[in-house]
Write a protein that binds this ligand. Structure first.
Ligand code: ARG
Length: 575
């Protein structure tokens, strides 16, 4: 591990143990970036209380144990340890990174099985902007875990089952299979649903047919199942168009929709009832996980079988969690789902723990996705108030990207070549760069800016480094000279790059892709400063300096490209 913060934490811990005894060796040294040095350790202040000694004295005792340390340690203020690393140490670590195609990103051993439940649009409705975000965030987490060597199981928990399908199948028969398929493939699921709904509400005969169809569907009648497949296959083809436009890694093999759990729902209920975890309340079978009460202070129920015998969303999630633990053998389950479902998941997790279906060794986490808002700060809609069609939104992103690129004076070929990547990069990066649980304003103008923490800026930053190599006639892969970080801007950039591996691990551990964005943005900014202050290709630059700087450029490029790749943001090679 080359991460300076990690290395320093280990070193200072060792010093704590040596100075005050083994029981202090696992205290957090509180290493933070510092204004006055590379880092500062703030541990002495808190420790002083515990030891009943003066903070400065404690700091001195720690510093005394850091004699063999590859840097200088100074005590400042009430007892901060200001730590400056040796240039030689930084150079050595940077050299190691340069030799490492993974740029310091380790492999987790032993690998964990990480199940990621994401995207999950509903077939009876149009895939909407909310699903855009669960798709993008989930896909990034899947890529990151895979890169770390974990065994990733993607699960697209499609809403593909339930009573609306009776009415949808009848409507499909009414308009004819071919017409229905065409409409669904075109992404007009909402219109399809609405047309069915209108008939359902207005025509007694249609309602009767729809109800009967639900029964035959539940019973698995072959004809009905065939029609259901016709409906679903067309719908999934539309979802796949969106996924491929976005460059998302989900495939048909990852589909594990609600329908998959249908055969397990009866036993799910029976088993929960038999073990006493589920109880009947007014005819409905309910879970009452401990710690959840309603406004009336009464235990809050999670209904798994309605009084009419029907199963619901919660039943499916109870069946799913058991399957994920017992059959998939997941160590960690991430649910990338809207924040408005927080209570649902808390209750499902608690009930599953209560039932013994979710052992303490398995973690289940709801990665809450904040609501997508329009530029007006309200729920994202079109001007006329309808929900926005996802495909149209993505196409618009590409068109606008083309315009934004044209404004910057690119020739037409480049424009057409990169518009798709810039448009999708902008949309994806905008989703990822904001903490996943906060609300988020969908604003084309802002996400397509070439300055600030945006997709286009990050893509441009990497393309700019590539163009340095093109100009110099050097292949980035062969720029492997020793990095000598003599200039402060070189030093700052090198230190930043050393932290990449730790950052990737932290992003995975916390399930927070925005940390990666912040890190990459910071890296690109440090690179800009370096490039302004340290000429690379200029004639008056000594050969050795030039080689070192090119190596630094190459390492920066590798970190930026790896990072953007892990986010799922495409990187055009020229811009
Ligand atoms: N289809 C649901 C929705 O659109 C999301 C499903 C999330 N996953 C789950 N296991 N419940 O809100």
């Amino acid at each position: 591990m080359t991460d300076p913060q990690f290395v320093l934490t280990e070193r200072v811990r060792r010093a704590l143990g040596a100075a005050f005894g083994a029981e202090f060796a696992d205290a957090d040294p509180l290493i933070r970036p510092s204004q006055f040095a590379d880092f500062q350790a703030n541990v002495a202040l808190g420790l002083a209380k515990r030891l009943q000694r003066q903070p400065r004295e404690v700091a001195q005792a720690i510093a005394a144990e850091l004699a063999d340390f590859p840097g200088t340690v100074e005590i400042s203020g009430p007892g901060f340890l200001n730590i400056t690393l040796d240039d030689g140490w930084i150079a050595e670590q940077a050299g190691q990174l340069l030799d490492d195609p993974r740029a310091g990103v380790g492999q987790i051993t032993p690998p964990q099985t990480v199940l990621i439940d994401y995207s999950a649009p509903n077939a009876a409705k149009e895939m909407h902007v909310g699903h855009l975000r669960t798709t993008i965030v989930g896909d990034s987490l899947a890529r990151i875990h895979e890169h770390l060597g974990n065994h990733v199981v993607r699960q697209n928990h499609l809403g593909d089952w339930g009573t609306p399908f009776g009415m949808l199948i009848e409507h499909l028969l009414d308009i004819g299979e071919a017409a229905a398929v065409a409409q669904l493939e075109a992404g007009e699921g909402t219109e399809f649903y609405q047309a069915a709904r209108v008939k359902f509400d207005a025509e007694i005969a249609f309602k009767r047919r729809a109800r009967a169809r639900v029964t035959t569907l539940q019973a698995g009648d072959p004809d009905t199942m065939r029609l259901w497949h016709v409906f679903m296959d067309a719908t999934v083809r539309y979802f796949n168009k969106i996924y491929s436009m976005l460059g998302v890694t989900l495939t048909d093999d990852d589909i594990a929709g609600e329908s998959m759990y249908n055969p397990m729902l009866a036993t799910t209920c029976d088993d929960l009832q038999a073990s006493g975890v589920a109880t009947l309340s007014q005819g409905a079978l309910c879970l009452f996980p401990p710690g959840f009460t309603g406004s009336d202070d009464q235990p809050l129920p999670l209904i798994i079988r309605k009084s009419d015998g029907g199963y619901g969303y919660a039943t499916t999630d109870m069946a799913a969690i058991r399957h994920r633990v017992d059959d998939v053998k997941a160590d960690r389950i991430l649910y990338i789902v809207g924040a408005d479902q927080a209570l649902h998941f808390q209750m499902v997790f608690a009930a599953a723990r209560q039932a013994g279906w979710l052992p303490e060794t398995v973690s289940a986490e709801h990665v809450q996705i904040g609501m997508m808002l329009g530029a007006d700060g309200r729920r994202f809609k079109t001007r006329s108030g309808e929900s926005v069609k996802l495909m149209e939104l993505l196409t618009e992103a590409v068109d606008r990207a083309k315009a934004a690129i044209a404004e910057r004076g690119y020739d037409e070929t480049t424009r057409d070549e990169i518009a798709h990547d810039v448009g999708m990069g902008a949309v994806k990066y905008a989703d990822l760069s904001i903490s996943h649980d906060s609300e988020y304003i969908f604003d084309f103008d802002r996400m397509l800016k070439f300055q600030g923490n945006t997709g286009p800026y990050m893509q441009y930053a990497t393309a700019r480094i590539r163009s340095i190599f093109r100009k110099g006639g050097v292949d980035p892969a062969s720029a492997t000279a020793r990095i000598t970080p003599d200039h402060p801007a070189e030093r700052a950039l090198a230190l930043q790059l050393l932290g990449f591996g730790a950052l990737v691990e932290q992003t995975a551990a916390l399930a927070e892709p925005h940390r990666m964005c912040a890190y990459l943005y910071e890296t690109a900014s440090l690179f800009s400063t370096f490039y302004e202050e340290c000429p690379v290709l200029r004639d008056d630059v000594a050969a050795e300096t030039r080689a070192s700087r090119l190596a630094l450029c190459s390492l920066t490029l590798r970190v930026l490209e790896t990072g953007l790749g892990l986010l799922g943001v495409p990187v055009p090679s020229r811009m």
